[in-house]
Every structure is written in C-alpha cells, then in structure tokens.
Write a protein that binds this ligand. Structure first.
Ligand code: CAA
Ligand code: FAD
Length: 386
C-alpha cells in the first residue's frame, strides 16, 4: 500500500491542471450560459494527450495508466464538469471500447483522430424506451447475404452525438436471444442513413452536447462489427465498468471545487460578529463534506488500481467501479448542496459558481447507470442473488 503517485502520474496531473485552470475554468461560465460546445478547449486537451490518456502512443494517445486518467479527470472536472463529460466519453467509452474489443484494423482506423482530439467519439446504448433496462433495446441490425448489416432505430441521450465523427452503437441482431442477441458496431456519422435530432436542453453540464440519433437503412459493413456478433451486451457492460470510473472521477473533481469554495467562504464571511466557520453547525458541514470527499477520491483511485490489475489479468472490476461511482456521485450531490447552503443567498446567485456545481452534480447520479443500478450491480455481485 502506497499513497504516493509516480512521477508520470504527477506529470499528467500537472498538464491537466494547467489546461484546466488556464483555459477551461475561465470559460466555464460562458459555456454553461450559452450551451456552446467547447471545441477549442477539446482540441487543446487532445494536443496534450488528454483525449486518449490510456491509449498507447502507437494509436495517438498518451499511453498512461488508469490512475493517471483519474487524476487528469479530477483536474478537468474541478474546472468544469461539462468538459469532463466530453473527455470521459471520448476516453473511457470510445477509445477504451475499441482498444479492448476492436480488431487491429479498427484500432488503426478509428482511434488516432479521436485520441488526438481532432475528432470526437460517442457511445450509443440508451433508447427512448430503454435506459436502465438496456437489453430491452429495439434498434435492429439485419444481416445481409454479403455479411453487412442494415440498421434501423433510434438512440437517445447520446453525449457528443451532435458533434461525433464515430460512434460505438449497440443494436439487436437476434431478438430471440435477449442479451446474447445484441451486437456492437462502429458507426461513421458521415455515412448515409445516419441522422441527428435536436440538441437536448439540460439542467446542467450544458456545454456537453446531447442528442437523439436515428438510423434509417444505415449500412454497416462486416468489418464495422466490434467484437463478435452477439457479444455486444457484454462489451457494453465491460466498457461501462471503465466509464463509471470516469464519472466517479468527474464527481470527485466537481465536489472538490465546491468543497474548496466552501472552506474559503466560511473563513471570510462574518455573521454575529464572527467568521461563520467558527459556528459548530458550519464546522460539522465542513467535516462531513471532507469525509465524503476523501472517501470518494480513495474509492475512485482503488477502482482505477483494480482496472489496471484487470487490464493485465483479464479479470473484472465491476464492483469496485460501481462502488466508486455510487459513492462519488452521492458525495458530489451532498457536497455541492452543502457548499451552496454555506454561501447563503450568494450560493443561489449566478454571480458565483455554486449553483452551477449543484446543477452539474445531479447528472452523476443518473448517467452510466443510475444510483439504483449501481446498488443493484454491487448487491448482485456481493450476494450472487438476482
Ligand atoms: N462485464 C462483462 N459482462 C457482464 C457485465 C460486466 N460488467 N455485467 C453483466 N455482464 C454479462 C452477464 O454475465 C450476463 O452474461 P451471461 O448470461 O453469459 O452470464 C449478461 O451480461 C447479461 O447480464 P445481466 O443478466 O446482469 O443483465 P440485466 O439485463 O439484468 O442488466 C444491468 C444488468 C446492470 C441492469 C445493466 O443493464 C445496466 O448496467 N444498466 C444500466 C445501463 C447504463 O449504464 N447505461 C449507460 C449508457 S452510456 C452513458 O450513460 C454515457 C454517459 O452518460 C456519459
Ligand atoms: P429509467 O431506466 O427509465 O429509470 C427511471 C428510474 O427508475 C430511475 O430512477 C432508475 O434508477 C429507476 N429504476 C429503473 N430500473 C430499476 C431497477 N431495476 N431497480 C430500481 N430502480 C430502477 N446513454 C447512452 O447510451 N450514451 C450516452 O452518451 C448517454 N449520455 C447521457 C447524457 C445525459 C445528460 C443523460 C441525462 C443521459 C445519458 N445517457 C446516455 C442515458 C443514461 O445512461 C440513462 O438516462 C440512464 O441509464 C437511465 O435510464 P433512463 O433515463 O431510461 O431511466
């Protein structure tokens, strides 16, 4: 057991911190208010290896480990949660998915531009009628005599859908087989038959663009199948295990921003002739926030360590990832709520970032599996019961 980071890990943390503080934090409010997609900042992150942190250098990435990914994500999310959503999907859902399950040709063809941040990747599992119950999807891919597939159907809530070049798509290839009848495909959004809906207006992470996408007789060739036919659901779940570490890191970064603002404010704001931080009720809030923040951070780093081990052995880290995501997202909700309360009326004002932190925190309890689904995964894995 060693709580120190390596030189390489500290180096990428430093690069992420510099870009986060110099470029992302100053523009966060603008992006929140306008909902404008932060393309220029994403390009800068890409040029510095942060859109493909765990991607080996031969495919255009930084070649770092899962702990480095967590450290960089925390820095980016501390500056702005919406930016970290785009970074997380690009890194842990798209790049990680293709690296883990794609062929060598797919890695060569699709990963480089996405890892370098020149193009943006997305992941399409959810449909209008199926979110938590992902196997209830209806988007259909029908195999043709030449081995290609004709795809028809809708996917909803697709992060980076409005701007993505490539998307990992999950569709039903054999409706009689349930989870074993789902297949993963690589979609090129420039091909005919791919359509985007309007960008969704959202409570928080407003600069992360989200939309519905639709396939109308879209043709995926045989070499655009990712993994084996019928293995799509396991691929989705395996990729989401990594994704949930990204969302846990995002929640930790956001919670840190709110916590630091609260600690500064309780020392400076006076009430009844003394700093509010000298009241025991406020001190209890600071202590409770600190405990939850540290627990979330340590559990997220543990999940990253478990992923690094699993990358070597081929094992799973589902429980560690779900424990981290559940703890960190609930910590982010608690901490952003308490930090806003500590700021009183100013917490409610758009002149301070507290109300944005509070709005942004909620999504971490919903996407990549709601808190109820994380509890279900953890309890099923712990008990073996269903
Ligand atoms: N790794 C590998 N295989 C896995 C797995 C994992 N983590 N989890 C399940 N599987 C396998 C199972 O072993 C099973 O295979 P066998 O039949 O061969 O044993 C198969 O997958 C089916 O598993 P379940 O029976 O457990 O499936 P289920 O229908 O009960 O669903 C669930 C399980 C956990 C609820 C799952 O549907 C789930 O995670 N739902 C949430 C969906 C979700 O997280 N969506 C996120 C969309 S992306 C996103 O949100 C991005 C973003 O916002 C930024
Ligand atoms: P439902 O599944 O309809 O759930 C409704 C409620 O019922 C929830 O509280 C849920 O926890 C609860 N519930 C459901 N089943 C159970 C159960 N078995 N036990 C207990 N409670 C249960 N999806 C993608 O594929 N790609 C993306 O890039 C993506 N990005 C997103 C970005 C945003 C901003 C949002 C809001 C969503 C995104 N999603 C994406 C979809 C997201 O993953 C789903 O919204 C999420 O998984 C929940 O599904 P649902 O919205 O259909 O809710």
């Amino acid at each position: 057991m060693d709580f120190r980071f390596t030189e390489e890990q500290l180096m990428i943390q430093d690069v992420a911190r510099r870009i986060a503080q110099e470029k992302i934090a100053p523009s966060a409010e603008h992006h929140d208010q306008t909902g404008e997609f932060p393309l220029e900042n994403i390009r800068t992150l890409g040029e510095n290896g942060l859109m493909g942190i765990e991607v080996p250098a031969e495919y255009g990435g930084a070649g770092m480990d899962p702990i480095s990914y967590v450290l960089a994500m925390i820095e980016i999310a501390e500056a702005d949660c919406a930016h970290s959503t785009i970074v997380s999907v690009n890194n842990s859902l798209f790049c990680n998915g293709i690296l883990k399950f794609g062929t060598e040709a797919q890695k060569q063809k699709y990963v480089r531009a996405i890892a370098e941040g020149k193009e943006i990747g997305a992941f399409a599992l959810t449909e209008p009628q199926s979110g938590s119950d992902a196997t209830a999807m209806r988007c259909k891919a029908v195999k043709q005599a030449d081995g290609s597939f004709v795809i028809n159907g809708k996917k909803s809530w697709i992060t980076s859908g409005p701007v993505a070049k490539y998307i990992i798509l999950f569709a039903v290839t054999d409706p009689s087989k349930g989870a074993k009848g789902i297949t993963a495909f690589m979609v090129d959004t420039a091909k005919p038959g791919f359509h985007r809906g309007k960008t969704e207006p959202k409570l928080g992470i407003r600069a992360s663009a989200t939309c519905e996408i639709e396939f109308q007789d879209y043709v995926a060739t045989a070499d655009e199948v990712v993994g084996q036919e019928g293995e799509g659901f396991k691929i989705a779940m395996g990729v989401l295990d990594a994704g949930r570490i990204g969302i846990a890191s995002q929640a930790v970064g956001l919670a840190k921003a709110a916590y630091k603002a609260a600690v500064a404010y309780v020392k400076e704001r006076k009430s009844f002739g003394q700093p509010i931080g000298s009241f025991q009720m406020i001190q209890a809030k600071i202590a409770d926030m600190k405990c939850r923040l540290d627990a979330a951070e340590i559990l997220t780093l543990r999940a990253a360590w478990a992923k690094a081990e699993a990358d070597k052995t081929g094992g799973r880290f589902s429980t560690e990832a779900s424990v981290a995501k559940l703890t960190a997202s609930e910590a982010a909700m608690f901490i952003t709520h308490q930090a806003l309360q500590i700021h009183g009326g100013m917490g409610y004002s758009k002149e301070m970032p507290l109300e944005r932190y509070f709005r942004d925190a909620k999504i971490t309890e919903i996407y990549e599996g709601t808190s109820e689904i994380q509890r279900l995964v953890i309890a099923r894995n712990e008990t073996g019961l269903r």
